[in-house]
Each structure stands twice: as structure tokens, then as C-alpha cells.
Design a protein around this ligand. Structure first.
Ligand code: KIV
Ligand code: NA
Length: 246
């Protein structure tokens, strides 16, 4: 699973065989330049979901529900998830959830919408959790397992585990029948997810420990932009082959 926020990358990742394309609320950071994932709205995210749905043929198109769009009540969750399916063309939604939100997940599942439940470190709660911290050390391991149990019971088809200790992730993977997808949760989960701009080196700067760079797109685009500019300035571009004659 990779994040994906537009038509052309959706085509590439889908053709490459990526099973799940996540239109994450991380679009706030990676597309809109926001400082956290908290500010992106449903109206901003739905067009990106539609673009990814248009670009993919076989991948599961998974839409993140933004902060504030599903927490108020189970019926708010159903209404928001329904918009992502109807207007965005998503196949499923992801909700940052704890056991407390089991009834919200259940209502969305009952409405016919598959739900992936995101537990462990949940960025929409970064202020409540006291910052970006690994979850599952000491006493909090039991809480994550309780969350997993309640959300699987509520009908979640899969669990996303973010920044948990690898031992908690391995226990959850072993204990429940649903597939798990990890990010910073070690190697025992069924699948893995990364933000594509991290995985392919578009975003530079300090990276979380769990990121591995499979390409250096920052350098590719930087060098390309510099070469284009210098050829325009020197007159090398456009050449005869790029020019229409009468
Ligand atoms: O929004 C996102 O990109 C995510 C993944 C990192 C799991 O939720
Ligand atoms: Na997210």
C-alpha cells in the first residue's frame, strides 16, 4: 500500500501492482503544504480521491476520513464515508479509531462501506498523545490490543498499525483474522504502507526511522528544472525538432 493523491501517480502505482492506494489526510502535508493533517477538509480531499479512482484499474482505492468528519456521531461517520464513496469513487474508507469509536465503525460497515481502522499512533490525535511517539511500550500495549479487538468486532476489514512496537504488531497480526498494514510497526504485519513522497525521495529533510527511500525524485526534478532553465536561457531549447515551420 502507498499513499496516492493524483491521477498520474495512481496510474503508475496501479500498473506496478500496488494493491491499495490510500488517499491519506497526509495530502494536507504533501499536497497542500499544511503543517499537520488536522486542517484538511472533506471538500479538499474528495477531488483527490476522484483523481486516484480515475487513474487506477485494479487497486483498492482507500479514502481517509479527515479530522472532525466522523468523530461527532455514528451518523456523521456514515454521511462522510458515503460522500467519499459517491463523490470520490472510493472502494473503502480509513478511520483513525479507538475502542471508543467502535459504534461509528459499525454504523459505516452496516451502511455497506468497508472500513480500515487505524490504531497505534494516530496523527489526528497528536496533541492528545503528546506528539509523535511510538505506541505500545509498557501499559499502552494492552490499550492497543483492546482497540484492535473492539474495532475488529465492529466489522473493520483490516487494521492499520502506525508506529507501534513490533511486538504489539506481531501479537495483533497473530490474534485477529483481518489483515494488518503497518507503518513503523515492524515486519510482522500482513502489508506495509508508506507516504509515496517519502518512499521515492520527493520530500527532503528529516525522515522518520521507518522510511526507506527507493528513489531520489527530488534530485531528478531539481536537475531537470535546472537543465530546462539553462537551455531556455542559452537558446538550446527549443531546437528545430520542437518547432513548427510554415
Ligand atoms: O494519511 C496517511 O498518509 C496515512 C498513512 C501514513 C497511514 O494515514
Ligand atoms: Na492519515
Amino acid at each position: 500500500m502507498l499513499t496516492c493523491y493524483d491521477y498520474l501517480t495512481a496510474q503508475i502505482f496501479d500498473e506496478a501492482g500496488i494493491e491499495v492506494l490510500l488517499i491519506g489526510d497526509s495530502a494536507g502535508n504533501n499536497v497542500l503544504g499544511h503543517e499537520s493533517t488536522l486542517s484538511i477538509t472533506v471538500d479538499q480531499l474528495i477531488p483527490l480521491v476522484a483523481a486516484v479512482a480515475a487513474g487506477s484499474r485494479r487497486a483498492l482505492v482507500l479514502a481517509d476520513l479527515p479530522f472532525g468528519s466522523y468523530q461527532a456521531s455514528p451518523s456523521q461517520a456514515v454521511e462522510t464515508a458515503t460522500r467519499f464513496m459517491k463523490e470520490g469513487g472510493a472502494h473503502a474508507v480509513k478511520m483513525e479509531a479507538s475502542a471508543y469509536y467502535a459504534e461509528h465503525v459499525r454504523a459505516v460497515v452496516k451502511a455497506g462501506i468497508p472500513v480500515m481502522a487505524h490504531i497505534g499512533f494516530t496523527p489526528q490525535s497528536e496533541h492528545a498523545l503528546g506528539g509523535f511517539r511510538v505506541q505500545g511500550r509498557g501499559d499502552s500495549a494492552a490499550k492497543i490490543k483492546d482497540d484492535a479487538a473492539a474495532l475488529v468486532e465492529a466489522g473493520a476489514f483490516s487494521l492499520l498499525l502506525e508506529m507501534t512496537t513490533s511486538s504489539v504488531a506481531a501479537e495483533i497480526e497473530a490474534e485477529f483474522d483481518v489483515p494488518t498494514v503497518g507503518i513503523g510497526a515492524g515486519g510482522a504485519t500482513t502489508g506495509q504502507v508508506l507516504v509515496w513522497q517519502d518512499a521515492f525521495g520527493l520530500r527532503k529533510g528529516k525522515k522518520p526511522r521507518f522510511v526507506k527511500e527507493y528513489a531520489d525524485l527530488h534530485t531528478v526534478l531539481f536537475e531537470g528544472a535546472r537543465a530546462y532553465r539553462s537551455e531556455v536561457l542559452s537558446g538550446v531549447y527549443p531546437a528545430a525538432e520542437h518547432t513548427f515551420e510554415s
